[in-house]
Design a protein around this ligand. Sequence first.
Ligand code: NAI
Ligand code: MG
Length: 343
Amino acid sequence: MDKTIRIALIPGDGVGPEVMAEAVPCLAWARSRGRNLETLPLPYGADHFLRTGETLPGTAFAELRDGCDAILFGAVGDPRVPDGRHAEEILLRLRQGLDLTVNFRPCKPRVPRSGPALDIEVFRENTEGPYCLQGSTEPGRAIDLAVHTEPAVRRLLEAAFDHARARGCTLTLAHKANVLKHGHGLWMRVFQDLQRTFPEVPAKGMHADALLCALVQDPSPFGVIAADNYLGDLISDLTAAFVGGMGVAPSLSWAPHRPHRCSALAEPVHGSAPDLAGQGLANPVGMLLSTALLFRHLGWEPEAGALEAAVAEALEAGARTRDLGGNLGTVAMGAAIRDRLPQ
Ligand code: NAI
Ligand code: MG
């Protein structure tokens, strides 16, 4: 028998638990098909923080890092914690503490769209850049530092080149090396170095502002887009808008160099959507497609493919939550998808 895969579940805040509740039966389905997995539900989020003052305790982090294989994550962020302290500590601790350098955000059309074909995959560096929380505020002056290190940049770009080669598509690096001379200068040097290692990949750098304009005009020529943490965050929300919006965008983060037992985290691209929370209206598609990405990462390709096919079939049959112009709630949409899974 395969070794038991232990998956931690962190539903978090807002719509996080609502979409997570639709993913959990998919884990049970994978188990019913012979996948040897167990889950570890964890309570961290705003409720837990407000009750106990804990964000993600060190002991829980160590248990995740050394005692689990992967994490399925909902979203964090709650209006009751206006400075977002708990969210920052939980998410950044996971991403940085587990060295989850690569944040993979595929954008494939999920609902019929007019215009040219489109299949963009964003590789976003997930642990550094301006999101390193270093800086200071003084009267009349505020500083946010952006830290870029060669090992993380190289790991991200290697993963992006590798993926573009396997797919046989172009690779575009989004940067602003014209002004961010130090940080993005480092990105350019590593990029140019890897262009020599991957000569078969058509690869070029583009200033991020010009890239955004080109994407809106015609996204069809783009394949893999690589970017630092900040630019990748922005670009992947834009590309999500091409394919149905925040509710349908999945992501998987991983540590290519696997420094710990736990080296992957799957989560929808969206946040906790306080405007929808508690109403049963959130679209679970982003969460379920993230679960499929996790299955693929674990080597469970038949389950990954079947779950993606079930999402596609449900959408083709007209199943829609409100964000997609329909009237299904979260639970009905989840059921419409799961009903299409092979038993
Ligand atoms: P958001 O992604 O939560 O919401 C943006 C828009 O997308 C809203 O109109 C929302 O209703 C819609 N939306 C989001 N998820 C949806 C779903 N599943 N189905 C249908 N519509 C959906 O981003 P926002 O408003 O910027 O942030 C809200 C909170 O989430 C903040 O506290 C923020 O810090 C946090 N956040 C957390 C993230 C995470 O946990 N990874 C990522 C992004 C934001
Ligand atoms: Mg974002």
